[in-house]
Design a protein around this ligand. Structure first.
Ligand code: AMP
Length: 535
């Protein structure tokens, strides 16, 4: 890839498509279609509003919006003003959102109409002045009493001219900051720069030959980095983005057919659910030409059913952590060959993207011989430089490896093995990170909240139920809690954790079982759950 290309900004990709295809549809959301020129106009006015409030030195603008025009135009507007974006999710508890806003240090916040009901609460917790841009709200009167500390720019006050920052394209400029579950109990920020995403977008556009006739699904919440694939790969080539409405998220079969989607991207759990609901009959998705899965192990059975349902489509398993920008390995499903290449019924994660590097290491960081299990370490233009304002955590995960000290390696915590065909196969984790419907969850983060809510150190959480290797939720075990009140504890958890992290049930035991190392025996607890021995 040329140097010039690696520093080409994401907004440049969108603007060039808008130049080439002004009248093609760029976005379908909430029952409305926006052409490239109308989306560009809205994004340009938001970019102007950010620029006119240029007192912010922060490289980031927060976007608090969900499946609305404001969400997408807000992201483009932030990038158009030369800022990275920080997606915030109205489905998350307000306390978590406020924390992310403060950690990111944003002073400009773009707000969707769908968040207005929570706005007063957010401003009540923000102890620093904010500029709020509300592109779809004309009158704030009914939502807010006067807030002299903060500045509001409503739809009628948006500048009429569109302006996009003519700032230098630069690979090191911020693209986005995402927060993932943190083992210390505080969400962990992963800053991704323009160069990281540029490498990804260029590679994917070439691999899948994306063009202006493609119709992309937009299934992921914007707080999940896989959404960046949908937006930036789609707009890079003048294609159309179809935002899946909330009510179709877990059963999007009709949506795919109604919109004749050509490019599908989701976590495997969605395929599992469709299969369970018998919504994946052979040949039901003739429009699809690319079906991509990522975010959690892909069971072979799901890949096989999806391939039959989408006979004109390739089916690829992508793998990657947020720290390595969306995905960094791929494996193409082949109905004849692949069943024999799966390990434990799970599809291999395959080969590295061209130009990215990997090592499989033991606990000392030494490379293990081919065929042995070790931790996957990643390096290359897609890999972040470290965590947001967290040098200790950065030093722990972004390391130099013996024999490969010239570059920084990101230790993924994923256990893999290379098979004879050269494919990487995913085997599990070195730690207590799990996936729930594709969402990354550190069990320690749940346990930190439980400890606080229960007033005891004796807490542990276990993924449950687990189907085809994928967790559908967690349950917790506690002991030594005075006046155990499950409803109150769960309510406390719900105040700070997103719903998928809140335990489905809490069991009070006399004591937690210990293994021979005097550690809590999670295996024993799983056995109790399996045996149905708990009330
Ligand atoms: P996230 O940062 O939320 O994208 O989560 C990254 C983690 O999800 C990885 O470190 C893996 O543990 C898991 N993961 C992502 N894709 C796959 C896949 N295709 N197969 C198995 N695990 C995956």
């Amino acid at each position: 890839m040329t140097k010039q290309n690696s520093s080409r900004s994401l907004i440049r990709g969108f603007l060039e498509s808008a130049e080439r295809f002004p009248d093609r549809t760029a976005l379908v959301v909430d029952g409305e279609s926006l052409t490239y020129s109308s989306l560009r106009r809205l994004a340009g006015r938001i970019a102007s509003a950010i620029a006119e409030n240029g007192h912010t030195r922060s490289p980031l603008v927060a976007v608090w919006a969900h499946r609305s025009q404001t969400a997408y135009a807000g992201i483009l507007g932030s990038l158009g003003a030369g800022k990275g974006y920080v997606p915030l999710n109205p489905k998350f508890p307000l306390e978590r959102t406020c924390r992310m806003l403060a950690l990111a240090g944003c002073t400009v916040l773009i707000v969707g109409r769908e968040c207005l009901g929570q706005l007063s609460g957010l401003l009540g917790s923000a102890d620093f002045p904010l500029t709020l841009i509300l592109p779809e709200v004309f009158d704030l009167g009914e939502f807010l009493p006067s807030r002299p500390n903060h500045r509001f720019i409503t739809a009628g006050q948006l500048p009429s001219g569109e302006s996009f920052s003519s700032g230098e394209d630069s690979a090191s400029a911020s693209a986005y900051l995402l927060f993932t579950s943190g083992s210390t109990g505080v969400p962990k920020g992963v800053p991704i720069n323009q160069g990281n995403v540029r490498s990804y977008v260029d590679y994917i556009c070439r691999r899948y030959d994306v063009n202006e006739h493609d119709r992309f699904s937009q299934q992921f919440d914007l707080t999940f980095d896989l959404s960046a694939h949908d937006l930036f790969v789609c707009w890079e080539r003048g294609a159309c983005l179809y935002c899946v409405p909330e009510h179709s998220l877990m059963a999007p079969a009709k949506f795919i057919r109604d919109h004749q989607v050509t490019m599908w991207f989701s976590v495997p759990s969605v395929a599992g659910l469709l299969e369970k609901m018998r919504l994946l009959p052979p040949g039901c998705f003739p429009s699809l030409r690319c079906s991509l899965f990522c975010g959690e192990p892909l069971p072979a059975a799901y890949a096989a059913s999806w391939q039959e349902a989408a006979p004109n489509s390739i089916v690829d398993n992508l793998y990657g952590p947020t720290e390595a920008t969306i995905a960094i390995t791929h494996y193409r499903w082949n109905s004849q060959k692949s069943p024999g290449e799966c390990l434990n019924g799970i599809v291999p994660i395959g080969q590295m993207f061209e130009g990215q590097q990997f090592r499989i290491t033991d606990s000392r960081g030494e490379s293990v011989p081919i065929g042995e299990v070790g931790e996957l370490c990643l390096s290359g233009s897609q890999v972040a430089a470290g965590y947001w304002n967290d040098p200790a955590k950065t030093r722990q995960q972004f390391v130099r490896l013996p024999g490969a000290r010239e570059r920084i390696w990101y230790r993924t915590g994923d256990l893999v093995q290379r098979d004879e065909a050269g494919n990487l196969c995913y085997l599990g984790r070195v730690d207590h990170q799990i996936k729930i419907r594709g969402y990354r969850v550190e069990l320690q983060e749940i346990e930190a909240v439980l400890r606080h809510a229960c007033g005891t150190e004796q807490v542990v959480s276990v993924p449950w139920p687990v189907n085809s290797g994928t967790a559908e939720g967690v349950v917790a075990f506690v002991s030594g809690v005075k006046g155990f009140d499950q409803a109150r504890i769960l309510a406390n958890c719900g105040d700070v954790l997103p719903d998928y992290m809140v335990p489905k049930k809490i069991y009070l035991l006399d004591e937690l079982p210990l293994n021979s190392n005097q550690k809590i025996d999670r295996g024993e607890l799983r056995k109790l759950l399996l045996e149905g021995a708990l009330a």
